[in-house]
Ligand binder design. Structure first.
Ligand code: KIV
Ligand code: ZN
Length: 387
């Protein structure tokens, strides 16, 4: 059966953990509205107990957003949960996200807690959160570096206490797609209540595998994906949600999955985050980079002019980006140059190109991109040569 995938956006919480990024409350509200237009199912608006500003931002987003579920993050502490209850009080749809680390290095060095103490804390705090929220998401932080048997015990404890969503964070981006697949198969076998709850993944990009890990998880049982727009976040960032959404669209049959994302709003959403985060999107970034739909080499340009399917698996219009471009440079062929000249209003044919193309090549050898002004100059030179 086709799976329904939920998109959980944490641009305003984990995304804001990017060094140098600090969204104002007004920007957070605007971003939340744009995320709603893009079609995410849940917005993690902040960590209410962390600061007054974060509390206010979560409240402001909860007031502003109409259809999307709003969540706040809470450590496994009652004070954190109380702050989330207050901050999300006015949300039309809400949930809470409670986390505690389960891996040996976090238990021993950060929390100074035994396995049993962590289990007891999960039980107490998830039970407490469940009194206030119908949807309780629980994350065993650093899940992917946690002993598998203990991870399953922690997750079953959370489910027994009332968790309805279990999120598997690859907190330090350590895991690869094959291991994610194995982990899901293991959990399916060893967690008695696996089928009773929603499984989510939250992947970081330290080894550049966050999107691949998210997709591998979808293939193996996850139905919720957490990430950020443009992949912003701690260190190397989070899974770029626009890439996950695009991959699910392009490879629909392979993943047999559907979602609520309105892809045509993708570029607008990415531009807004880039602007407010003051983080330019790399030109070669998948889906939303300036070059994602630009073709430079002669062979590619010729193929694109004959049939765009040769070198594009998705049209730029699908993700709300500008049209495909065929920038002219030293690798461009005569066909692409002639097509561009025709578009500019010059009535030139293949025969004319025998004179024009060598002048074009000479220019292209000394400049990165031959623009329209250059082409007009080239046409002037051709006329002078002919006259
Ligand atoms: O990366 C992480 O482990 C987190 C948790 C709070 C889910 O962001
Ligand atoms: Zn994270």
């Amino acid at each position: 059966m086709t799976k329904q995938i939920q998109f959980f956006d944490t641009t305003l919480r984990d995304g804001e953990q990017t060094i140098g990024v600090n969204f104002s409350i007004e920007e957070k509200v605007e971003i939340a509205k744009q995320l709603e237009a893009w079609g995410v199912d849940c917005i993690e608006a902040g960590f209410p107990v962390a600061s007054e500003g974060d509390f206010e931002a979560v409240s402001a987003v909860a007031n502003a957003v109409k259809h999307t579920c709003v969540t706040g993050l809470a450590r496994a502490r009652k004070g954190d949960i109380d702050a989330c209850v207050k901050a999300t009080a006015n949300a039309a749809h809400k949930q809470i996200h409670v986390f505690i680390a389960t891996s040996p290095v976090h238990r021993d060095s950060k929390l100074h807690m035994t396995k049993q103490q962590v289990l007891d804390t999960i039980k107490d705090t998830v039970t407490y959160a469940h009194q206030f929220f119908d949807i309780v998401e629980f994350s065993p932080e650093d899940a992917t570096r946690t002993e598998h048997d203990y991870l399953c015990e922690a997750i079953q404890t959370a489910i027994d206490a009332g968790a309805t969503v279990i999120n598997i964070p690859d907190t330090v981006g350590y895991t690869n797609p094959e291991e994610f697949a194995e982990l899901f198969q293991y959990m399916q076998k060893h967690i008695p209540s696996f089928d009773d709850v929603t499984f989510s993944v939250h992947c970081h990009d330290d080894l550049g595998m966050a999107v691949a890990n998210s997709l591998a998880s979808i293939k193996n049982g996850a139905t919720r994906i957490e990430g950020t727009i443009n992949g912003i976040g701690e260190r190397a960032g989070n899974a770029a949600l626009e890439e996950v959404a695009d991959a699910l669209y392009v490879r629909k049959n392979y993943y047999d999955a559907t979602d609520n994302i309105n892809l045509a709003e993708t570029k607008e959403t990415s531009d807004m985050i880039s602007d407010y985060a003051k983080m330019p999107v790399p030109h070669n970034k998948a889906v939303v980079g300036a070059n994602a739909f630009a073709h430079e080499s002669g062979i590619h340009q010729d193929g694109m002019l004959k049939n765009p399917n040769t070198y594009e698996i998705i049209t730029p219009e699908t993700v709300g980006a500008h049209k495909t471009t065929l920038p002219l440079g030293k690798l461009s062929g005569s066909h692409a140059v002639m097509t561009k000249l025709n578009k500019m209003g010059f009535d030139v044919d293949r025969d004319d190109m025998k004179k024009i193309f060598p002048i074009f090549k000479n220019k292209a050898d000394h400049t990165a991109i031959v623009g329209e002004d250059d082409l007009r100059n080239i046409m002037k030179q051709v006329k002078e040569v002919v006259a």
